[in-house]
Design a protein around this ligand. Structure first.
Ligand SMILES: [Zn+2]
Length: 281
């Protein structure tokens, strides 16, 4: 239950205060259209008007991908020790961690566990954007490496669902080191011939894109996901050129070979199961 976190979408209460049925709407972040919450939920948080794939929380993602009650979480209690004793204009990092824990009910920006997908046993790591923007610090890196370690020991595939603003600045160079650390562990997967499926969701940027999210044997993206390293404005200012339409979106990245396949949310589980079956054979 600790995975439940505050939804990031806007919830609008009905104007009809007299009604017993307090109808609640959700506003799409992309097109601004309003959708009944029950339709929103039954449509897996995909906007029926524009097809925008809204972020899922970890619980929803696990429910979407895994066979019922098959997910067993590991390494739940690893917490950052604030190695740099970092303080910014908003106060100490440690206090920010505590406040975020209290607000989200999570301890870190990733949840890892063993699960089954259509009866295929996998290690699954799901990033949690509600926890400091899904940023990758020492704990995220460590938990991913432990998932890989379990994959290596049990000879099972690994799936990482990325949703992240990149490396966590509060842990400085130690966050950046996680890029090398996770990449080195994934190289072990590769040398053992074990499959790694990277599922990239909206938004995934910075050091996460630049490390494990890009290292999948198969890289799957959800439609319309923002996937990049630096933001478009920074790139435009650096190269002094106008960027093409749709730059850093799944569809653009598929056309340019960065992403292998775009899969709509409703088809994700069956498509991943197909890939797992392929690797099994
Ligand atoms: Zn929409």
């Amino acid at each position: 239950m600790a995975w439940f976190s505050k939804p990031k979408y806007t919830v609008l209460a009905s104007k009809n205060k007299d009604s017993d049925q307090k109808e609640v709407w959700t506003k799409c972040d992309s097109c601004g259209g309003v959708v009944y919450n029950k339709d929103w939920a039954s449509n897996l948080k995909v906007c029926p008007n524009c097809g925008f794939h809204q972020k899922l929380n970890v619980r929803e993602r696990v429910d979407l991908l895994c066979d019922e009650n098959s997910f067993i979480e590991h390494d739940h209690n690893i917490r950052s020790k604030d190695p740099l004793e970092f303080v910014d204009s908003k106060g100490p990092y440690n206090a920010k961690l505590t406040a975020t824990e209290n607000r989200t009910g999570s301890i870190e920006a990733i949840v890892c566990g063993t699960a089954k997908i259509h009866d295929n046993t996998v290690e699954l790591a799901v990033m949690d954007f509600s926890f400091l923007g899904g940023s990758m610090g020492t704990v995220v890196g460590e938990k991913i490496c432990r998932s890989i370690d379990r994959s290596l020991k049990n000879k099972t595939p690994l799936i990482i669902v990325s949703c992240s603003g990149g490396a966590r600045m509060h842990e400085g160079i130690l966050s950046l080191m996680q890029m090398a650390k996770t990449s080195a562990w994934l190289a072990k997967m590769d040398s053992e011939g074990l499959p790694f499926i990277s599922l990239i969701t909206h938004p995934t940027t910075g050091g996460v894109t630049a490390s494990y999210a890009s290292l999948g044997d198969i890289i799957i993206a959800e439609p319309g996901a923002l996937i990049g390293f630096a933001g478009p404005r920074v790139i435009e200012q650096t190269i002094r050129q106008k960027l093409p339409d749709g730059f850093q979106q799944s569809e653009f990245l598929l056309d340019h070979g960065f992403v292998d396949i775009i899969v709509e949310r409703k088809n994700l589980k069956s498509k991943i199961a197909e890939f797992l079956q392929f690797f099994n054979n």
